[in-house]
Design a protein around this ligand. Sequence first.
Ligand code: ACO
Length: 402
Amino acid sequence: GIELGKLLSQTGYITLDPGFVNTGAASSAIAYIDGDAGILRYRGYPIEQLAQHSTFIEVSYLLIYGELPTKEQLEGFTSKINRHTLLHEDLKRFFDGFPRDAHPMPVLSSAVSALSTFYQDSLNPFDEPNVELSTIRLLAKVPTLAAYAYKKSIGQPFLYPDNSQGLVENFLRMTFGLPAEPYDVDPEVAKALDLLFILHADHEQNCSTSTVRLVGSSEANLFASISAGINALFGPLHGGANSAVLDMLEGIRLDGGDVDKFVERVKNKEKGVRLMGFGHRVYKNYDPRAKIIKKTADDILAKLGVQDELLDIAKKLEEKALSDDYFVERKLYPNVDFYTGLIYRALGFPTKYFTVLFALGRLPGWIAHWREMIQDPATKIGRPRQIYTGEKERDYTPISDR
Ligand code: ACO
């Protein structure tokens, strides 16, 4: 494939593929997707098995280093992460500059970008010990940054990390705890969030991961590349869809809960009206992650005793869409975002914050791709071509003659 690409580029022909629907940009050994069969595997392990037996920290290790860790490797990895959760005190002050009602995604991407200014040893992407350190720093500090982005938005004080706790538990405590009060993490809540992070941890060449690789291909450092990935994830057609689903469900509820009426608006292609959380570039079958998440939504809402009218609307909407020709013909099924927002809401997160949770889950996947790309001798700087459609050559006219 690579040789053919080189040959074609010498002939003067350009392959035009808007949205890169059929363009492979990399060889990768990290995640495998069969979109027609609805299969997702990380490093060969089916997502269903990892969801059932693994933990987010173990999956992070698997994605980044390629193998499941031994007990000692996992302990070493976990304790290294625990040692790096604190932020530099000056980085905490960085949050003061943002308006309180700022969206937490650009706050998070700015803070991650700023990590290169605090850790200048990270600038050389070929310095392996420092890439390793940047990897650990990201896994450890992004949850702290994400919790502070939330605290900033509600005007509460920041909590220092408590490194005796697990990654997810610590994150929940820093997000929902208060300095003067003990905060007992509900193990069910921590387990549900850990599971959601596992299911979001990688998904091959999606918009944000490709962005991380493209930025990294210029030999920009890991922090700069991940910050770009967070910005790519922000959009409602990508990670922002989990918030958009909740806004859509809330809109249907306020409009009397009429699912049929909403589906008609979607089918009529009213401007800006899509069935959010449905459809996928690669899956032309039920997204395997959505299957697991749907069950988790039922379980966790029941366990927490939450009655959510929006869950009923979501189920009716899914049922209606799956039996409607418009969606059947286009092979549109629920994707990972359709039910996640309902779980995040039940756990107490505001809608605006959902995409930050997606970023936390996707972090190890982005890191794994950046490292794979930097180590691959076939990597070249990403530099697509274009088909020029502008004016042919013309002569400059003085302003008095225009
Ligand atoms: N609602 C209604 N119609 C849809 C939807 C939808 N959610 N998704 C696709 N379609 C229709 C399109 O209008 C198009 O119809 P047409 O052939 O009559 O023009 C057809 O299905 C194909 O859609 P495309 O936009 O060409 O599909 P593409 O692969 O480019 O887009 C995407 C995939 C962006 C995910 C799309 O399905 C979408 O917008 N979904 C809603 C947003 C969403 O849930 N995003 C999260 C994706 S998963 C993730 O990023 C984590």
